[in-house]
Design a protein around this ligand. Structure first.
Ligand code: PLP
Length: 366
């Protein structure tokens, strides 16, 4: 006799599927018994850890028997100064996913609606569903967010809207004028989270400066992460900037030590590593050119991307191609779960890592 635990789970959770992460290098090494594996599957920074972040974590080691600073005083102070906001507007998280979930838990209840775009980051439907709220997925336009349609989807039940800018896994982005026009249409009692996980990579002049809009739109929240351009994905550090009253509410539910001591130290240090950030952006720019050129050479369409990844239309079901590459030690990311069964998402790596992917293109099975 065994208990039906599925029936015990809350209704939203019953219908959830776990997040599918990129395959870890160690797992593929175990499976294939090979060692020269490149991972271009999780939009990580190919430069490895910043030396300043590494040194800061090594210094922090001596104090790890103690709890972290629950308020992240020094990190918030530094962020506030850099970003031109107040420390009271910042909520730190164990990665930005942590704070995205926190927003949903604090403001959304069963029966509410949460709006996001087709092909948008999968964490938005997951956190919505987990709460038992209703997912409202608005069809994409040219693979990107259709902000007009998203505004039109707002109802009395809408509590929260997620906008990924740029979006993962498409690399598409919305410009300042369009986002502003959208904000004008959103009622003040509907929260808008703009997820800017990749903003450091964006060089487009009309990319919105959302932090400057916070006073004008109290319902606007902006999330950022140390996982991508700052190269701390394994450490888990992110944050969200919002109105002080919203921040206070998030703080009621937040786990007090949700950002650990190493993450606090590393994030604080890496903010000073301007050389590392500049190199990350340059390596990404060059790698993007390398992959785009390979696509042109092999007649493959891709979605123009301002992130640190390129999503390529392979022109046929991509599952077997993913598998083919995997067996040759190149891990990329199938995105069928994002409604794009023919696409592969390829994170920008070092030149020699990108080359490993490019070399396989002419060998792919038909
Ligand atoms: C990678 C990513 C994040 C960052 O997640 P962390 O939890 O901070 O590592 C957030 N949003 C999007 C769209 C992403 O692709």
């Amino acid at each position: 006799m065994s208990c039906d635990f599925l029936a015990l789970a809350n209704p939203g959770v019953r219908e959830l599927h776990p997040y599918q992460a990129g395959k870890p290098i160690s797992e593929l090494e175990r499976e294939l018994g090979i060692s020269n594996i490149v991972k271009l599957a999780s939009n990580e920074n190919p430069l490895g850890l910043s030396p300043l972040a590494k040194a800061a974590m090594e210094r922090e080691m001596a104090d790890l028997a103690r709890y972290p600073d629950a308020n992240g005083f020094y990190l918030k102070a530094k962020l506030a100064e850099r970003l031109g906001i107040s420390a009271g507007q910042i909520t730190l998280g164990n990665g930005s996913n942590d704070v995205l979930e926190l927003v949903a838990r604090v403001f959304v209840e069963p029966g509410n609606e949460v709006i996001y775009s087709e092909h948008a980051f999968v964490v938005y439907p997951i956190v919505t569903q987990a709460i038992g709220a209703t997912r409202v997925e608005v069809p994409a336009r040219d693979r990107g967010h259709d902000l007009e349609a998203m505004a039109a989807a707002i109802t009395d039940k809408t509590r929260l809207i997620f906008i990924a800018n740029p979006n993962n896994p498409t690399g598409t982005w919305v410009n300042g004028a369009d986002l502003k026009a959208f904000m004008e249409k959103v009622p003040e009692n509907v929260l808008v989270v703009v997820d800017e996980a990749y903003f450091e990579y964006v060089s487009e002049p009309d990319y919105p400066r959302t932090l400057e809009w916070l006073a004008e739109y109290p319902n606007l929240l902006v999330s950022r992460t140390f996982s991508k351009a700052y190269g701390l994905a394994g450490v888990r550090a992110g944050y969200i900037v919002a109105h002080e009253e919203i921040t206070g509410l998030l703080n009621r539910v937040r786990q007090p030590f949700n950002m650990n001591s190493l993450a606090l130290a590393a994030a604080q240090a890496v903010l000073d590593d301007t050389d590392y950030l500049a190199r990350a952006i340059e390596v990404n720019r060059a790698g993007m050119e390398q992959l785009e050129a390979a696509c042109h050479e092999h007649d493959l369409d891709y979605i123009p991307s301002v992130g640190n990844f390129l999503t390529i239309d392979m022109g046929r079901p991509a599952g077997p191609l993913y598998q083919f590459m995997l067996e040759r030690g190149v891990i990329v990311r199938p995105v069928a779960n994002y409604g794009m069964p023919d696409h592969l998402r390829v994170s920008i790596g070092l030149p020699e890592e990108n080359a490993r992917f490019v070399e396989l293109l002419p060998q792919l099975p038909r």
